[in-house]
Design a protein around this ligand. Structure first.
Ligand code: SF4
Length: 442
């Protein structure tokens, strides 16, 4: 019996999403191959004076090329010996060859008992799917490796604890039409697809991603959502998310962006994605040229750990930043994955080096089976205390809890305000020293 059938089947609308760009554009921009030059070192080992290395290297004739790291090149030769460099650097190949069953995964990793049981005997809401590129970042023998923990299921995922729910943010209750969430007054969340190339085991939308019944990428559903936005002139900001919108074909994504851009009261378009991290090969010159036609366009990228900051990711983010797209990161605080100040500091420092502004640090949402990922709120406050004042302000994200029940994002700060003494405000700084501010005016 094929063990992968234990997981919910992925969307059947995938073919629509993965139609490749026209051959003409592939010929012009399929340049991610023949990477014979030395690869860039991993960012963690780049000295500060090396930051700013050109991320788009030019072949003779002026074509940009995508550089693979030695790590992913070794992984390709070992587990995909038939694949060429060109295959590996083609995002369609990465999606076609993503890892979706226990048999394939067990060739690549020494699975722990918990991982094997989870993959073999249990049914899960969320399918298993990992791009070969992202799999190349996992430690083969250590089941506690952060990237491995984020994408390989364990049996704890099937244990429900108090306070958990399928839809903790009550998105379904703030959805005026299918595929659209209107929680805040002037902005909406547009669920453009249910598909992701790689599924995170702690996903807030695990109730619907990878689900063929969600119809998120159905054109009729898109039309209904667009009509709603057209009818609501208070909406000035549309966040396109999913699933992952950057798994849509260029033409399909452009269709959506162009339809939204035509609505006069929509000032800002945003894309929420993890693709630059799990599938950096997707960030092609053709894609960035298309995206820059729809400015102002911002992008929130889901980063989790400093080990994600590879040469490939640096190139992908460089291409997006060069296209004038402001980049922010969104990071979920995860127990045993990124909940040490030193780890978080390495992540935010790496992000600013590749021109991504750490934007939000999220307390993990209480989805069903998330207890093994959740930290205390105190831990989150410790992260901010360990960053604020100790490093560049641009590198300090806002720590938030997305309030269960649909209350929206609520920021949390360590206790910097001690209190008042007469007209003096007493403040505690990052070193724990107390200062006075004369809190009165004429
Ligand atoms: S990429 Fe985002 S939407 Fe997709 S599984 Fe991960 S958290 Fe969920």
């Amino acid at each position: 019996m094929n063990k992968s059938v234990m997981f919910r089947k992925e969307s059947e609308s995938l073919n629509e999403d993965f139609d490749p760009p026209p051959q003409s554009s592939l010929n012009r921009y399929a340049v991610d191959d023949d990477c014979e030059q030395p690869a860039l070192p991993f960012l963690s080992s780049i000295q500060s004076h090396e930051v700013g290395t050109p991320h788009i290297r030019l072949l003779e004739g002026g074509k940009p090329k995508f550089t693979s790291s030695p790590r992913s090149a070794d992984f390709r030769k070992r587990f995909f010996p038939e694949a060429t460099k060109s295959d590996w650097n083609d995002w369609h190949w990465q999606i076609r060859n993503r890892i979706r069953d226990v048999g394939t995964l067990s060739r690549m990793l020494q699975l722990s008992q918990g991982e094997r049981e989870a993959l073999t005997f249990h049914s899960a809401n969320l399918p298993l799917s990992i791009t070969p590129y992202y799999a190349s970042l996992m430690d083969r023998s250590d089941p506690t490796h952060p990237i491995r923990r984020a994408v390989v299921p364990v049996t704890a995922e099937y244990q429900r604890t108090a306070g958990e729910s399928e839809d903790p943010l009550s998105e379904e209750h703030t959805s005026p039409v299918p595929g659209l969430v209107h929680r805040y007054p002037d902005r909406v969340l547009f669920l453009s697809t249910d598909f992701c190339s790689t599924y995170c085991r702690y996903c807030t939308r695990s109730r619907m991603v990878g689900d063929s019944k969600s119809h998120c990428s159905n054109t009729n559903q898109w039309e209904q959502a667009i009509a709603y936005i057209e009818d609501h002139s208070e909406i000035r900001d549309v966040l396109i998310s999913g699933g992952d919108p950057l798994t849509l074909a260029d033409e399909r994504l452009e269709w959506l962006l162009s339809r939204l851009r035509r609505i006069a009261h929509v000032e800002l378009l945003r894309i929420g994605t993890k693709v630059p991290v799990v599938l950096p090969q997707r960030i092609t010159p053709a894609l960035t040229r298309m995206l820059k036609r729809y400015h102002p366009l911002w992008m929130s990228i889901h980063f989790m750990h400093p080990e994600e900051l590879t040469p490939e990711v640096e190139q992908a983010c460089g291409r997006l930043a060069d296209a004038g797209i402001p980049l922010g990161s969104q990071t979920v605080l995860l127990a045993g994955v990124n909940d040490e100040v030193d780890t978080m500091k390495r992540l935010v420092h790496g992000l600013v080096k590749i021109r991504v502004r750490p934007y939000y640090l999220y307390q993990c949402d209480p989805i069903i089976g998330s207890a093994h990922f959740r930290t205390s709120v105190q831990k989150g406050l410790e992260m901010i205390k360990g960053l604020r004042g100790h490093t560049t302000g641009y590198a300090v994200p806002t720590y938030v809890i997305d309030a269960p029940g649909g209350g929206g994002k609520i920021p949390l700060l360590p206790e910097y305000v001690v209190g008042w003494e007469g007209n003096d405000l007493l403040l505690r700084n990052y070193e724990g020293k107390t200062y006075r501010y004369p809190d009165y005016c004429n």
